[in-house]
Write a protein that binds this ligand. Sequence first.
Ligand SMILES: Nc1ncnc2c1ncn2[C@@H]1O[C@H](COP(=O)(O)OP(=O)(O)OP(=O)(O)O)[C@@H](O)[C@H]1O
Ligand SMILES: [Mg+2]
Length: 249
Amino acid sequence: MLEVRDLSIEVGGKDLLHDININIPEGETHVLFGPNGSGKTSIIMAILGFKEYKITKGSIIFKGKDITQLPTHERAKMGIGISFQRPPSIPGLKTRKVVEICAKNSNGDVNVSELAKMLNLEKFLDRDLNIGFSGGEIKRSEILQLLAQDPDLVLLDEPESGVDLDNISLLGNMINHLLLKDKPCYERKKLEFKKSGLIITHTGHILDYVRSDKGYVLCEGTIQCQGNPRELLENIRKVGYEKCFECPI
Ligand SMILES: Nc1ncnc2c1ncn2[C@@H]1O[C@H](COP(=O)(O)OP(=O)(O)OP(=O)(O)O)[C@@H](O)[C@H]1O
Ligand SMILES: [Mg+2]
């Protein structure tokens, strides 16, 4: 689904990341760990093609097509969706309108009110986007927009940050819906994951609800190690990222 090949990225005029390789097959969800400021968000922004994140080397292949030079809206149309770490608040723009715009890209019929109900956000549809929303409400609104868009590759930048435990479980279930093959997925006896995901998490709480296949640790501008995401998280919890800097691998 996604292949990030030898990617080097310059941010704010300085070399931030080099030789990043991430390969996410169809149906798999991968997890990106790393200390604050290590460049996790920058990788996601580069995958989406935001201009501030300048690709100086390498390429991004999505569904077999080289999208390295494609504008962001074309990438979204091809089926890449994002839940931002810190999405903007936009006065005068109703949340309903944004969700409707997201839904235009989707293959199926989308009932915006029904989707909002699933995330306890019915009352928020007629409010301006993210204005006065609590941290947890903003995160739910991001997932609502993704459910309407129904992308094939879901990029989630700290989806559970600042979310209470009950709502993490709700978000986890909704993210699973996103990663399933078709909607509605409720009737499916066997969960068949066909979409792909890349999740950034510090706490790992979301991994209690969402299946994860592979993890990466970003350190000192590159992917320092990779492997079973739960084992990586356990090690990070035990020894912190400090040891990553010393790790000889
Ligand atoms: N547009 C920008 N202009 C200048 N510097 C930037 C820009 N975007 C990111 N940076 C810098 O690049 C570095 C990596 O930022 P990034 O947001 O990717 O980190 P992160 O790993 O997501 O951190 P966190 O865990 O705190 O979210 C930081 O030092 C940040 O200040
Ligand atoms: Mg970040």
